[in-house]
Every structure is written in C-alpha cells, then in structure tokens.
Design a protein around this ligand. Structure first.
Ligand code: ADP
Ligand code: ADP
Length: 224
C-alpha cells in the first residue's frame, strides 16, 4: 500500500474529531472522503499532510512512518481551502513554483505551466496577479500549482467547492482523467456525492469522526 492510515485518532481538547480511523490507499488509487460538514474529513486530510498531530495511530507512506516528518518534507501536493497562493506572484509564478524547486528548466517549465492553465480553464491568465482573481479562479490556480510537480500523492480538500456547477462538473471529469493518466495517488475531501463518484476509485463515507463504509462508488451508492 502506498498510503496507510493506521488507527488514527485526532483530538481538539477533549473532543475526538477523528476516532480510530484506518484506511489503505494503493499506488495510483483515488479515494474520496465523503460526509457532512464537521464529520472529520479535513482533520483526517490535515493529519496526512502533517498539519495535525494524531493523539494515537500512524500515517505511513511507502511503509515509512511519517511521525516527525514536517509538512514541507512530505512532498505531497496540497490543495487546501484557506489562503494558499503566493499573493505577490503572478498566476504563472504560482503554478511554476514547484517546478522551480525541482529545477525544471525554463522552456519545459513554461510549457507545463501553460498546459496546466489550459487544463483548469485559465488560458490567458498567466501574467495576472492572483489577488485580482475570483475565489473560483484562485482555486483553479491552486489546483494547477499542486499538479505541476507531478506529486505521487495529492491531498485535495474540497478542491472544486468555489466553482459554479457547470465548471465543477467539467473540472471533476478532467481532473479524474488527469489523475488516472499520471497514476497519481490521491485523497480528496468532498461533501458532494457527484464529485466523489466522478473522481474516486473508492469512496470512504465518514460520520462523526469515523469511516462507516468504504468501497467502489457503485457499491457504496447502492447500499442502504
Ligand atoms: P469536515 O472537514 O468533515 O467538515 P473537520 O475535520 O473540519 O470536519 O471538523 C471535525 C470536527 O473537529 C468538527 O466538530 C470541528 O468543529 C472540529 N474542529 C476542526 N478543527 C478544529 C480546531 N482547529 N479546533 C477545534 N475544533 C476543531
Ligand atoms: P513571479 O515573479 O510572479 O514568480 P515570473 O514572471 O517570475 O512570476 O514567472 C515565474 C515562472 O512562471 C517563470 O519561471 C516561468 O516558468 C513561468 N511563467 C511566467 N510567465 C509565463 C507565461 N506568460 N507563460 C508561461 N509561463 C510563464
């Protein structure tokens, strides 16, 4: 298994936001965490990212325990809801950031930036300031930036939530195709059934801090 969550419990004070959750994600598999607001989806994702420390349990990546490995050393692609873009950079500057870190040379970098902007429907936006974009546009820049360095694991928290319905459906289909083509492993938090079922190989239904059901979309969908 590429990613293993082993009996994870995360507390805020006395309250457990995540209770004894175990989940294995295979290499190249896309798993959606689906459930109502407050059920612990984001907390679980943030724990995998290294932004929350579990009270007990372990996160393993390629069999290695990630306890003590800081966020920036986990080399995962992250799209979280709260202000994540570099405000002083252009759209292209944001998307190119990870490629620069990887020392991808200029020409290849520009090409990749442009193809990602096209993918998220922002062709022509390369030189714009991100502070001048709408919430939905910023979310698409964040998605392109996370995808740019081709991370092996993508952690996406409601990546399409700020988009209007038509764009969300379109981008969900495009993103699903892209993840499959690149064989990217991904955990996607969403409260939207359609989005989960479009994107994911398996859906994990969460309720009150626990995973109550997990399986391929068709199975989860058809069971009571
Ligand atoms: P979801 O992503 O499913 O909406 P969250 O993981 O954000 O759920 O929240 C799970 C529970 O943990 C909720 O009851 C929420 O109020 C609580 N919670 C989340 N973040 C914090 C925090 N930083 N401090 C205290 N409680 C929190
Ligand atoms: P910033 O200063 O905001 O980071 P730069 O103009 O320095 O923005 O661009 C950062 C990176 O973004 C460049 O290294 C380049 O790879 C890419 N880039 C910038 N402008 C474009 C563009 N018009 N088309 C494609 N890629 C671009």
């Amino acid at each position: 298994m590429a990613l293993e969550l082993d009996s994870i419990t995360v507390r805020y004070g006395q309250t457990a936001a995540v209770s004894d959750v175990s989940l294995s994600v295979a290499d190249g598999e896309v798993v959606a965490l689906l459930g109502p607001s407050g059920c612990g989806k984001s907390t679980l994702l943030r724990t995998v990212a290294g932004l929350e420390k579990p009270a007990s349990g372990a996160v393993r990546w390629d069999c290695a325990d990630l306890a003590g490995v800081p966020v920036h050393r986990r080399e995962f692609g992250l799209v979280f809801q709260d202000g994540q873009l570099f405000p002083h950079r252009t759209v292209a500057g944001n998307v190119a950031f990870g490629l620069r870190m990887q020392k991808v040379e200029r020409e290849a970098r520009d090409k990749r930036v442009l193809s990602l902007l096209e993918l998220v429907g922002l062709e022509g936006y390369a030189d714009r300031r991100v502070t001048q974009l709408s919430g939905g546009e910023q979310q698409r820049v964040a998605l392109a930036r996370a995808l740019a360095p081709s991370p092996r694991l993508l952690l996406l928290d409601e990546p399409l939530s700020a988009l209007d319905r038509a764009l969300r459906e379109q981008l969900a289909v495009d993103l699903a195709r892209l993840l499959r083509e690149a064989a990217t492993t991904a955990l996607v938090v969403t409260h939207d059934h359609d989005e989960a079922f479009t994107l994911a190989d398996r859906v994990a239904i969460m309720s009150r801090g626990r995973i109550v059901q997990v399986g391929p979309p068709a199975e989860v969908w058809s069971s009571p």
